[in-house]
Design a protein. Structure first.
Length: 272
């Protein structure tokens, strides 16, 4: 049976008899506290390639050598973690984005996750937050990693970062049919109410972007700033680029669905 382990505000999923752990957190202290709750780990499965989920992997391997696997579409970011802050910035990134929360250790000895090699594990594909995020189902419990966030996280960060917000929204809407209890990596677990709160946050962002654009033609950067200021004013360079990158995903989804248009006027993009 899977156990939920908690270090600070971050949750992990652990199977004592299989000695499988999902994610390892960030930093030496977090790894130490996490391993104190484990009876040994033979396989570390990384749910996705964000530094707050694998940043402590080097420290983890020193204390507990084991096999590390991750979904194949996540591996490029684990091999070259500079891709994460580079995508957020849109090019080579400034030093402020080279934090432990955004830049993990390079060249991890990670292999492709082959689900056939773990027949006892019920993997659930949960794309959207990243291209190939995976969760683990244990009966009516589902470890969703960052497909959902706990209520305290939603309150603190109401503009949710998802690489592909439309796919993340579709994934979230299907979750209630998969389980009755949902364990996020960040924040408190919950039932269908947690799903509804996450869906509401994403739908609010879509609605705000669309309403802002429909009031007239606006430079793209003005749209992003206006929505950010209304939903979640950034307090650091990190949160600014997380919010901006997330909102670009909302804008592109609305454009692909035919709700808004994007055009080049002079030297700037405009939305209408």
């Amino acid at each position: 049976m899977w156990k939920t382990l908690t270090v600070g505000m971050q949750n992990f999923f652990y199977h004592p008899s299989l000695q499988i752990l999902i994610d390892c957190g960030t930093g030496k202290d977090a790894v130490k506290k996490l391993l104190q709750q484990c009876d040994g780990v033979e396989t570390l499965i990384l749910s996705h390639a964000h530094a707050d989920h694998y940043g402590g992997a080097v420290h983890f391997l020193k204390r507990n050598p084991c096999l590390i696997v991750a979904p194949s579409r996540e591996r490029p970011f684990l091999i070259d973690p500079q891709l994460e802050p580079a995508i957020l910035f849109g090019g080579w990134f400034p030093r402020q984005l080279a934090s432990k929360w955004l830049l993990g250790p390079p060249n991890l000895p990670v292999q492709d996750l082959s689900t056939e090699k773990f027949p006892e594990v019920d993997f659930v594909e949960l794309p959207g937050h990243t291209p190939a995020l995976c969760g683990i189902r244990d009966g009516e419990r589902l470890f969703v990693s960052d497909a959902l966030f706990g209520p305290e996280i939603l309150q603190k960060y109401p503009l949710l970062y998802h690489f592909d917000p439309l796919t993340a929204l579709k994934t979230a809407k299907k979750l209630s049919a998969k389980a009755s209890e949902f364990i996020p990596s960040h924040g408190t677990a919950g039932g269908k109410d947690l799903v509804e709160k996450n869906v509401a946050c994403m739908e609010k962002a879509f609605e705000r972007v669309e309403n802002t654009v429909q009031r007239g033609k606006h430079p793209l950067e003005d749209v992003l700033s206006s929505v950010m200021e209304h939903i979640a004013p950034p307090t650091t360079l990190e949160t600014y680029y997380l919010n901006r990158s997330a909102l670009l995903g909302y804008v592109s989804a609305l454009e692909r669905e035919g709700h808004i248009k994007i055009a080049l006027e002079g030297s700037q993009l405009v939305c209408y």
